[in-house]
Design a protein around this ligand. Sequence first.
Ligand code: PSV
Ligand code: MN
Ligand code: MN
Length: 388
Amino acid sequence: MTTSTTAPEGLDALAIEVPSWAYGNSGTRFKVFGTPGTPRTVEEKIQDAAKVNELTGLASSVALHIPWDKVEDYAALRSHAEGLGVKLGTINSNTFQDDIYKFGSLTSSDEAVRRRAIEHHLECIDIMDETGSRDLKVWLADGTNYPGQDDIRARQDRLADSLQEVYARLGADQRLVLEYKFFEPAFYHTDVPDWGTSYAQTVALGEKALVCLDTGHHAPGTNIEFIVAQLLRLGKLGSFDFNSRFYADDDLIVGAADPFQLFRIMVEVVRGGGLEPDSGVALMLDQCHNLEEKIPGQIRSVLNVQEMTARALLLDRAALQEAQANRDVLAANAVFMDAFYTDVRPALAAWREERGLPADPMTAYAASGYQKLINDTRVGGTQAGWGA
Ligand code: PSV
Ligand code: MN
Ligand code: MN
């Protein structure tokens, strides 16, 4: 393996948004584990997120989930975050935990239910006005379990209608990102199952509507980097939810299950200009830490993204293009693999030290005493929402 001692150009542009729910207790549908030190309030979740940023220099914004992170005073929450050196980021809507949404939310054939779901999204935009957030992220649990259960085409029409009303309320600098997922919690059909559906719905809305790609939301074997390339080509890639999956929507640490896939995705992000400051592509984590400690889990995650981004930036594009032009399959593949097999860890440690950050954020966190402090002072932390 070759080693690189200087960080590649372009790495400074990398920013990864962390989710507030990663800091809360979570689990599976079998069990939610309580862990010491878990935040009791949204302010404490933000404090933990700020710790991740302080040690890595990579995570300057925190995504919120409404109503999990509902507060009385969002302006005060914003100052709290800014005082800790982070911004409030994407607002995630939530129409998947209330009884009324059992048969759908923005797609519901019950007009009163659909109205409630629309109003919820409008309220999320009101919150964005106060938090200064740019993006409203919509992931819907809508779908059916049995063939014939509902008219799947009419549900698309109602979805388009509902989204149109939400979209119309966006401010000039605000955006809507529509996330797709191929299954679960509905199993027969899901109303936004794939990038094509999300693309079709967002194209119909307009320029401020884009696709959110969650890496865990594809069937096994899907070529995710192809979807990335295609959406960038079409100017419709709004954001990523990064995580790892082995079987389903596992929400494990990004880059843990398949670092090579993360590398291939970042190669396409770089290729498509997605790392450039005005690209409008937001990189976020969407993870839960069930077994491992949450703050180091998040630190590991942003470092994994940085590591694979650095390797992607090292790709010798000129050599690759030449090999491709010569139809030299093996040479092209060798250039690609050389970048993947480059050890960038010494270069990244140096990059951190140059910026006054700890060379090894994981060790620095363990030595910081922060975990003991929160374990001792926080009692009765909250659940992220899953399994509630
Ligand atoms: C459910 O699949 C989900 O994990 C989606 O990925 C959302 O982004 C996330 O929940 C938070 O709402
Ligand atoms: Mn997601
Ligand atoms: Mn998910």
